[in-house]
Design a protein around this ligand. Structure first.
Ligand code: 26Q
Length: 800
C-alpha cells in the first residue's frame, strides 16, 4: 500500500483545514509541519492496530523496552523514509508552496534523553520494528527535554527545552488507558478467608496518562509504539481544603503530581539520590507494569503464563523497580504465591548495564524507599533476605563478598544487585565491557550464575545514521553493493571490492568534501562561525565527562599551538578541531573544561599565526539533529576515553559508517572496531584497560609531568593562562591527581594524531581507509544488535 504525492497533498490540506482552520496559503511552517506529522501518524496508527491484532492473534511473545530516556530526535523525515513516502512528502510540501528542507528543519528534536543510553533506545525501537518484533518502548512524557545549551562569554548556560508546542504532533493521548500510581501511605495486613490481605492506605494518587507515539519500521507494514507516561493529579483540586479557604494547599497535590513528568534529569553517567528522581522511576515503572499485566490478562485471562508471552528489557538500573512491582502485582493483585511470582519475574526481566563508573551505580537510601513506596519496600526486603540466604550459603558467609552482592546493605538499596538477583539475564554493551562485568564488577555473581551473563554489542540505526543523512554515500552504496544493504547491513562489506578502484576512492573524497562544505554553511547559519573546510575536520562530540577526556584533546591542541608559535614557518597541515558537548548543570569541572575549550578557541582563532592553519570551534547545543549534519562531514572521530571506562560508545559507530577514521583508545566498542579494521585502518594509542587497572594503585602524574619537558610546557599553559583566563584549577587536578590518566596517555595520543595527519597527506590511502571503515561498519547496525537480543536473551522470532 502506497500513497501518491497528490494523496499526501490532499491529506495535508485537509489537516490544515480541520485542525487550524486555515488554507495552505495562510498556514505557518509550524502548522504545515504538524499537518504533515498528522498525515503520517494516521497511516501509522492504522497499521499499529493491525500489528497489535496480529501479535495477539498469534500469541507472540512481546518485548517491552523500559527506559527513562528515548532520545528520538526528529521524526518527520524518519517516518516518511521508513514508510517509503519521503519523495512524495517532499513534492507535496513543495507543491503547497513550502520549502521541504525548511519544514523538516522546523521540527524540534524530541530530546527525551541525555546521550548514548537514550539514543540507543531510539535506535533499538527502529530496529525492533523493522525486524517485525512486537515491541513497545516505555518512558516518561517529559514536558521539558534535555536543556538547550547556549555559550555566553565562553560558558555554558542552560535554557529550558520546551519541545511540546510543535513536538506533540506525534503524540496520541489515551486517557481511557490511564493507570493510577500510589505513593506514600501505610500498609496494613488482615486475614481474609485464610488469605493474608495487604491493604495500602492513605496513599497519594498520581494518574499516569499514556501518550503514544507510533514508530514505523523500514520496508515493513509493522508498526510499534513508544508509550510516554504523562503524570496528572486525579483530582483537579482538593475541594475540602478549598472550601475551608486554604486555596494554596488545595492545589498542592496536583502540583506534586504534575512535577513528576516536568523535566528530564540532565545527569549522564552520574547518580544522585533525589526523591523526585525516585518518584519518576516508580511512576513510570508502576504505570508500565500495570499496563502490561492488564493487557496480558485481557488476552490470556491469567498471569500464570506471563513470562512465556512477555519479556521486559530494562535500560540500565533506572527501571529496576519493575522487579518488586511485578512481584507486587502478581502477589497482591493476582493472588499468586511468592514462589510462583518469583518464577515469573525472574523469567521475564532482563537487565542491560551501561556503565562501570562507581558514581553512576544507583544506590537508594532505604528510608526514602520505605517512606515513598511502603509496599514495594516490604517486597524488596523479602527479595533481599532470600537472595542473601542464597549467597551466604554459596560463599560460606564470606562477608566481603556478601557486602558487594547484597540487594540491601548498610542502609542502601543496590539497584544493580537487585536486577541481577531478579532478572534472567545481565548484559554489557561491548565485548570488553561485558568482560569487565564478568571478571570485575559482578565477578561474584557471575561465578554463582555464569549463564546469566551475556554480551550484546551496541549498534546504531544505520538507515538514519547513514542512508538518510548522507545521501551521496547512500547512492554510492546502492550503486556498488545494492539496495539490500538497507535491511542487511552485512552487505556493506561488498564495498571492499572497490578498495583499489581509483574512481570510487576519488568519489569517496569528493563526497566528504561536499559534506564538509554543507556542514560549514549550516554552522555559519546556526552559529555564525566560518569553518575552514580545507582543514582536517577532527571531531569530538559527546557528553562532557572527565573520563571521556575532552581535556586530553584540548591539551594536544595546546601542544600544536605551541609548536606553531615557536616555529611559525613549520609545515602545518590545516586542521579544524570541532567540539560539541553538554555538561550536566551541576558538574563544575565539566563546565570549566567547556570554558577552557572556548577560551582556547578564542586565543587560537584570533592569533595570526594560526590563520588558515589551526582552528578550534566549540559547537553550541550539540544534539541529535546536529549530529545528523556533522557525522557525514567528519574526517576524524575522537574516541579517547581512559581504557575500561566507556562501556561501548555509539558515536564511534556513526562516524565509522560515514567514513571518518578513528583516533582512539582500546575502549568499549573501539576494541571490536579494531578487530575488523586492524591497526592499519585506525589510529590507536594509549594504555589498555588492564594496564590502566595495573597502573592505578601507584599512578603518579608528577612523574610524567617532571620527566617530559614538552608535556610540562603543554600542561603549564593552563596555569599561565588561555585567552586571558587562568585555569590553574584544571592544572592542579591534572598534576596532583589525574584520575583519568591524561598525562600517561598524552605523548602516545600526540603521536597517533601525528600519524593521522601524515596519512591524511596521502589522499588515496586515506580514502581507501575511509572506504574500508564504511565497508566494515555493518556489524554496528542496530539490526544486528537486536537480532542478538532476540536470539540470546528474548528468544523471539524476527524477520530475517
Ligand atoms: C541515574 C540516576 C539518577 C539520575 C540520572 C541517572 C543516569 C542517567 C543517564 C545515569 C546514567 C545515564 C546515562 C548513561 C549513558 O548514556 N551511558 C552510555 O550508554 C551508551 C549506550 O550503551 C554507551 O555506549 C556509553 O558508553 C555509556 O556511557
Amino acid at each position: 500500500m502506497t500513497y501518491s504525492t497528490q494523496q499526501i497533498k490532499d491529506s495535508i490540506i485537509q489537516k490544515l483545514r480541520l485542525n487550524y482552520g486555515c488554507t495552505e496559503q495562510q498556514a505557518s511552517d509550524g502548522e504545515v509541519l504538524k499537518a504533515c506529522a498528522m498525515v503520517l501518524r494516521d497511516i501509522m496508527a492504522e497499521r499499529g492496530v493491525t500489528s497489535r491484532q496480529k501479535a495477539e492473534a498469534e500469541g507472540q511473545r512481546k518485548v517491552h523496552y523500559l527506559s527513562l530516556e528515548f532520545l528520538m530526535g526528529r521524526s518527520l523525515m524518519k517516518n516518511a523514509y521508513n514508510l517509503d513516502l519521503l519523495p512524495q512528502l517532499r513534492s507535496a510540501i513543495e507543491e503547497l508552496g513550502f520549502d521541504a528542507g525548511r519544514i523538516f528543519d522546523t521540527e524540534p528534536d524530541a530530546g527525551l534523553g541525555n546521550g548514548g543510553l537514550g539514543r540507543l533506545a531510539a535506535c533499538y525501537l527502529d530496529s525492533m520494528t523493522t525486524l517485525e518484533i512486537p515491541a513497545t518502548g516505555y518512558s516518561i512524557c517529559y514536558e521539558l527535554g534535555l536543556f538547550r545549551q547556549k555559550i555566553v562569554e565562553g560558558q555554558q548556560v542552560e535554557l529550558p527545552d520546551d519541545w511540546m508546542p510543535l513536538g506533540d504532533a506525534w503524540l496520541m493521548p489515551k486517557p481511557q488507558e490511564a493507570e493510577e500510581v500510589h505513593f506514600g501511605g501505610k500498609i496494613r495486613t488482615r486475614w481474609d478467608n485464610n488469605h493474608l490481605m495487604v491493604v495500602h492506605e492513605d496513599y497519594t494518587r498520581v494518574l499516569a496518562v499514556p501518550c503514544d507515539m507510533e514508530v514505523a519500521g523500514y520496508g515493513t507494514e509493522h508498526v510499534n509504539t513508544l508509550r510516554l507516561w504523562d503524570a496528572k493529579s486525579p483530582k483537579p483540586i482538593d475541594m475540602t481544603l478549598f472550601s475551608q479557604g486554604q486555596y494554596l494547599r488545595s492545589g498542592e497535590e496536583r502540583a506534586m503530581a504534575d512535577v513528576i513528568s516536568k523535566v528530564l534529569y540532565p545527569e549522564d553517567n552520574h547518580y544522585e539520590g533525589k526523591s523526585l528522581r525516585l518518584k519518576q522511576q516508580y511512576f513510570f515503572v508502576s504505570a508500565t507494569v500495570q499496563s502490561i499485566t492488564r493487557r496480558h490478562i485481557q488476552t490470556y485471562g491469567t498471569l500464570k503464563n506471563f513470562h512465556e508471552k512477555n519479556v521486559i528489557q530494562i535500560n540500565d538500573t533506572h527501571p529496576a523497580l519493575v522487579v518488586p512491582e511485578l512481584m507486587r502485582i502478581l502477589i497482591d493483585d493476582a493472588g499468586l504465591s511468592w514462589d510462583e511470582a518469583w518464577h515469573i519475574t525472574t523469567n521475564s526481566v532482563a537487565y542491560t548495564n551501561h556503565t562501570v563508573l562507581a558514581e553512576a551505580l544507583e544506590c537508594w537510601p532505604q528510608q526514602l524507599m520505605e517512606d515513598l513506596l511502603p509496599r514495594v519496600w516490604q517486597i524488596l526486603t523479602e527479595i533481599a533476605r532470600r537472595y542473601q540466604e542464597r549467597i551466604e550459603a554459596y560463599y560460606n558467609n564470606d562477608l566481603a563478598k556478601i557486602a558487594k552482592m547484597a540487594v540491601i546493605w548498610d542502609g542502601g538499596v543496590h539497584m544493580a544487585n537487585l536486577c541481577i538477583a531478579g532478572g534472567m539475564a545481565v548484559n554489557g554493551v561491548s565485548a570488553l565491557h561485558s568482560d569487565i562485568l564478568r571478571n570485575d564488577v559482578f565477578r561474584n555473581q557471575c561465578a554463582m550464575e555464569p549463564e546469566k551473563f551475556k554480551n550484546v554489542t551496541n549498534g546504531v540505526d544505520h538507515r538514519r545514521w547513514l542512508s538518510q543523512i548522507n545521501a551521496p554515500l547512500d547512492t554510492l552504496l546502492k550503486e556498488t553493493v545494492g539496495e539490500g544493504y538497507l535491511t542487511d547491513a552485512s552487505l556493506m562489506k561488498g564495498l571492499e571490492k572497490y578498495a583499489d578502484d581509483a574512481a570510487v576512492l576519488k568519489r569517496i573524497g569528493e563526497i566528504k568534501q561536499a559534506n564538509k562544505e554543507a556542514f560549514a554553511r549550516w554552522a555559519k547559519r546556526q552559529q555564525g562561525v566560518v569553518l575552514n573546510t580545507d582543514g582536517i575536520f577532527d571531531v569530538q562530540v559527546k557528553r562532557l565527562h572527565e573520563y571521556k577526556r575532552q581535556l586530553l584533546n584540548a591539551l594536544h591542541i595546546i601542544n600544536l599551538y605551541q609548536q606553531l608559535r615557536d616555529n611559525p614557518n613549520m609545515d602545518f597541515r590545516p586542521h579544524t578541531f570541532l567540539f560539541g558537548a553538554k555538561a550536566a548543570p551541576g558538574y563544575a569541572v565539566a563546565k570549566r573544561i567547556i570554558r577552557m575549550i572556548n577560551a582556547l578557541a578564542t586565543q587560537i582563532n584570533n592569533d595570526p599565526v594560526c590563520k588558515d592553519r589551526l582552528q578550534v570551534v566549540f559547537l553550541e547545543n550539540y544534539r541529535v539533529s546536529m549530529a545528523e549534519m556533522l557525522m557525514p562531514a567528519s574526517e576524524v572521530s575522537q574516541q579517547i576515553s581512559t581504557a575500561g571506562k566507556e562501556a561501548s560508545g555509539t558515536g564511534n559507530m556513526k562516524f565509522m559508517m560515514n567514513g571518518a577514521l578513528t583516533v582512539g583508545t582500546l575502549d568499549g566498542a573501539n576494541v571490536e572496531m579494531h578487530e575488523v579494521l586492524g591497526d592499519e585502518n585506525m589510529f590507536l594509542f594509549g594504555l589498555h584497560a588492564d594496564e590502566v587497572a595495573n597502573l592505578r594503585p601507584n599512578y603518579d602524574p608528577q612523574m610524567f609531568y617532571n620527566r617530559d619537558p614538552m608535556l610540562r610546557n603543554t600542561v603549564d599553559m593552563l596555569k599561565h593562562g588561555i585567552g586571558g583566563e587562568n585555569f590553574e584549577d584544571l592544572w592542579r587536578s591534572l598534576v596532583m591527581r589525574d584520575e583519568y590518566m591524561l598525562l600517561a596517555d598524552l605523548p602516545s595520543y600526540a603521536a597517533a594524531e601525528q600519524r593521522m595527519v601524515e596519512t591524511y597527506g596521502d589522499r588515496e590511502k586515506w580514502n581507501r581507509m575511509s572506504l574500508l571503515n564504511i565497508a566494515r561498519s555493518g556489524i554496528f547496525s542496530a539490526d544486528r544488535s537486536i537480532a542478538d537480543y532476540a536470539n540470546t536473551i528474548w528468544h523471539v522470532p524476527y524477520r530475517k
